[in-house]
Ligand binder design. Structure first.
Ligand SMILES: N[C@@H](CCC(=O)N[C@@H](CS)C(=O)NCC(=O)O)C(=O)O
Length: 201
């Protein structure tokens, strides 16, 4: 199988961390792709009509896309238990919260980096950041117990979301007022799967 991905994509990183945590790197080749909302990569476009990564190319042609679909598939492929039956809805809600933070954070990045300067809307950027900040607050106030439990896909997703905030929006300092979440993240970041997929700048 092939995973179409970019190193900086937090959605792709969810899959890449899962591959390492569940020992599936031999079964999936990571293929680096350069794509943007203005110009989709043709290989991605052929596999995912909306042109987004990550995409998992399967030999039988039943390609999978959207990180949540891919992670669910790869988890079930080896019975890894990252979506445990007990507490499943909590794990899925945590993953959705992390994905939502990523949606807003990536949207800010596109606004700032991809759009012509005179079209950048600071109101839009600020509104998206409110969503990020509220998401982080909820993770800390509601989900810390789960984050500190047995490894699951919610935790991996949150770590990838927070790492992306550091990568692209470090100056906004999501850690302010979120000390406990920051402490959890500092420890999670030390996992080999996170170190192995870390990207600077
Ligand atoms: N919901 C999707 C989001 C994927 C996504 O937004 N990927 C970005 C990269 S971080 C992308 O491919 N952007 C290119 C585009 O929007 O055309 C998922 O979970 O996989």
């Amino acid at each position: 199988m092939e995973l179409l991905m970019a190193a900086a994509s937090p959605f792709a990183r969810k899959v890449r961390v899962l591959l390492r945590e569940t020992d599936q790197l031999k079964a999936v080749k990571e293929v680096h792709i350069a794509t943007s909302p203005y110009k989709s990569d043709p290989k991605v476009q052929a596999a995912n009509p909306t042109g987004r990564i990550p995409v998992l190319i399967k030999p039988d042609g039943t390609n999978l896309y959207d990180s949540r679909v891919i992670t669910r598939y790869l988890d079930s492929r080896v019975n890894a238990g990252l979506y445990p039956e007990k507490g499943l809805w909590d794990v899925l809600t945590i993953e959705a919260t992390a994905d939502s933070i990523m949606d807003s954070a990536v949207s800010i990045s596109y606004e700032i980096r991809a759009r012509p300067e005179h079209l950048i809307s600071s109101d839009w950027v600020d509104a998206q950041w409110v969503k990020v900040a509220n998401g982080c607050k909820a993770l800390q106030s509601r989900w810390l117990v789960n984050l500190n439990s047995r490894l699951n896909m919610g935790q991996i997703s949150v770590a990838c979301a927070l790492a992306y905030l550091d990568l692209r929006h470090g100056a906004r300092n999501w850690r302010k007022g979120n000390d406990a979440l920051a402490e959890w993240f500092n420890s999670f970041e030390g996992r080999t799967s996170m170190i192995d997929t870390h990207v600077d700048g």
